[in-house]
Every structure is written in C-alpha cells, then in structure tokens.
Design a protein around this ligand. Structure first.
Ligand code: AMP
Length: 213
C-alpha cells in the first residue's frame, strides 16, 4: 500500500504517519525528518536545504525530488509524510514509474488549531520524540532529554510556513481530489481519535491489498 499524508503544519501528520506505517508494516518516509537529519549530519543535501528549512520555505524540487524518487522506488509500501507539497512535486511523483499512490489522506485542521498545536510542540534533544507542553514536561520516550522547540516553530516562521501551505500545498489537495484518490479526514480532537478516522479511511484500501496477496 502506498499512502500520502497531506495537511497543514500542525495537523499531526508525523505522529499519524508513524502509527499507520507501524500498523500496516509500511515504511514511514518524512521529508521533513529526512532534511533535518541531513542538516544535522552536515551532508551536501543538508547544506543545500538548511536555509530553506530554517526559514520555513520549501526546499527546491531540484534539490529534493531525486532524493525522494530514489527512496520511494526502493519501497513496496510507504506512508509519505510531507511530500508532495506543491503541484510540481505532485506531478513529479505521478510521473515515477511503478510508484502509483493508492490513497492520499488529507488531515483537515483549521489554522487556529494547527498553529496552537505547533506553538507548544517540543522535540526531545536526545531521542527526537515529539511532545506537547500541554501534556508533558519531560520526554515520554527516553525520559531524560531536554525538550526544545524546533527553530521553524518560532511564531514568525510558523506564520510563514502556514502561508506556504495555503499557497503551494492546498492546490495539491484539489489535484488529488480530481484524480479520485483523496480521502478527507477530520484532524481535530485527540491523537487517538484522528488515528481512528485515518484507519477507517484506509481500511477498504488495506483490505483490497490483502486480497491481492
Ligand atoms: P515538516 O517537518 O514536514 O514540517 O518539514 C519541515 C521543513 O522541511 C519544511 O518547512 C520545508 O522547509 C522542508 N520540507 C519538507 N518537505 C518538503 C517538501 N516536500 N518540499 C520542500 N520542502 C520540504
């Protein structure tokens, strides 16, 4: 099964993608995580991407496209989280041979709720687990790392990222709706509620994949 998760910053895509991937034995491919990792390790990709990621802008397709293509071509099943984020990227993905996407899950959340979630988002400096100031003061995963805000979650960068989403990524939702692969899910409420809705939306596709085996 090949899934794409799409939604505004703060929709909870990373957490949902991770759980869905684990539930169905799929690879979780997050372009944001991939880029942060490359920046952290100081790779050539990281060096090219850093300025864009730090300022909340999209990393150019010529920098990112082939890296994503190489990864998805190697995988039988995946949950793609954070790509495509523009029509150019959607068309690029559609043109990759043997990489037909089964469904695109759109996690719909309004700006206020999305930005509210991101304001309190913290990442464990030691293990990378994501938490929220409302629910945790220490890392629930390793229990010992400092909880820090992502540089691109600062209020001004956050606003810019939301603007980029509205301008560049929203048209991608209509692109997939027009192709009949979009499944829209209400992204408000608890993590468990949203995950249950996502699982319900992909249920028929997962069952269809099981039949094929
Ligand atoms: P995320 O963790 O998905 O919020 O992504 C963090 C940042 O990584 C974004 O604000 C962009 O700068 C960059 N990024 C992630 N995915 C893409 C993409 N598909 N195209 C361009 N830039 C991306």
């Amino acid at each position: 099964m090949r899934l794409v998760l799409i939604g505004p910053p703060g929709a909870g895509k990373g957490t949902i993608a991770e759980k869905v991937a684990a539930n169905h034995g799929l690879a979780h491919l997050s372009t944001g995580d991939m880029l942060r990792d490359a920046i952290g390790r100081g790779t050539p990709l990281g060096a090219k991407a850093k300025e864009y990621v730090d300022t909340g802008r999209l990393v150019p397709q010529e920098v990112l496209g082939e890296v994503v293509a190489e990864k998805v071509r190697q995988l039988d099943g995946f949950v793609l989280d954070g790509y495509p984020r523009s029509l150019e990227q959607a068309e690029f993905l559609a043109a990759l041979e043997g990489v037909d996407v089964d469904a695109v899950i759109y996690v719909a959340v309004g700006e206020e709720a999305a930005v509210g979630r991101l304001r309190g988002r913290r990442v464990c400096a030691k293990c990378g687990a994501v938490t929220h100031t409302e629910t945790a003061e220490t890392c629930g995963n390793c229990g010992s790392g400092d909880l820090v805000a992502r540089t691109d979650d600062r209020p001004d960068t956050l606003k810019k990222r939301y603007g980029v989403y509205m301008r560049e990524t929203e048209p991608v939702i209509e692109y997939y709706r027009g192709r009949g692969v979009l499944r829209e899910v209400d992204g408000t409420g608890s993590r468990e509620e949203v995950l249950a809705r996502v699982e319900a939306a992909i249920g028929p596709i997962a069952a269809c994949g099981d039949d094929k085996r």
